[in-house]
Design a protein around this ligand. Sequence first.
Ligand code: PMP
Length: 322
Amino acid sequence: MTVITGADELLDSEIYIDLRRLLDCRLYLKCEGFNFAGSVKVRPAAWMVNTAQREGVIGPDSILIESSSGNLGVALAVIAAAKGLRFVCVTDPKCNPSATDLMKALGAEVVVVDEPDATGSYLAARKAHVRERCAQDPRYVWLNQYENPANWVAHYENTAALIAKQFPDLDTLFIGTGTGGTLMGCARYFREHRPGVRIVAVDSVGSVNFSGAPGPRHIPGLGASTPMPLIDPSLVDEVVRGDERDAIRMCRRLAARGVLLGGSSGTVVSAATEWLARHGSADRTAVAIAPDLGERYIDTIYNDAWVARHYHRGAQDLLENQ
Ligand code: PMP
């Protein structure tokens, strides 16, 4: 039994799925969807707020504000509510409606911007709205996950240290890349403590991270429309780029075996299983980080009409492959 008294006490709890039986692949999946607030982002949310409080940036009148595609917003809504702080999340129409509803239920204000750029990304519009509010009212504190070192430090001190403790013989670690917080924290930790561990970054087709060509993406969390400042590619051993169709195929395959994962987890698992098939997995201890679970994607990647609408070419194959 685990007994807690507050929202940030579960940061050391973890659940792994051994995918040997489900996918015939020697891969352990670190399931971050079982965290408080339902995703990996509770770790950077807690670290960014605690660091800002320690540094005196947050006072009793402060209003936290952040741009988020969903998960960080929910995580910050939990942390802010637990600390009695106000929080405004600036998001966009791609954010899952269930995530905005969760934030509102937790007492956050949610703003949805609606001016996409040429690739369909709302990031520039979200950031512009945050800057506008901060310029108008000094009570706003922008945590800025895109540039805040506490984003990656959370994963250095917490996520990576937990994995290292569980897997003394870890060989290869697969990490999805959005802001690069998870990737950079883990890469720095293992570079310093276990340089033999191979760090494989998983990005999506259409993401400009790691000099990729921009293109449309529909699965939130993974990839970026402008290069993410936290990412130092020299700390990464390899980059693999996953197609969103493969991600959805993998999500649906795992769902048919009773494991309901989020879309970016599908990208990471499909890229990792393909990498392991190419490089061999027999003598390797490999771990992949799954950022969240599938409940928040019931109306998107698990919805046939949504899939047919967003992936015209090959959609039939996706729907049949379950
Ligand atoms: N997947 C999901 C579902 C996410 O919410 C995030 C966070 N944006 C990521 C992957 C990527 O994590 P990071 O920002 O640490 O690169």
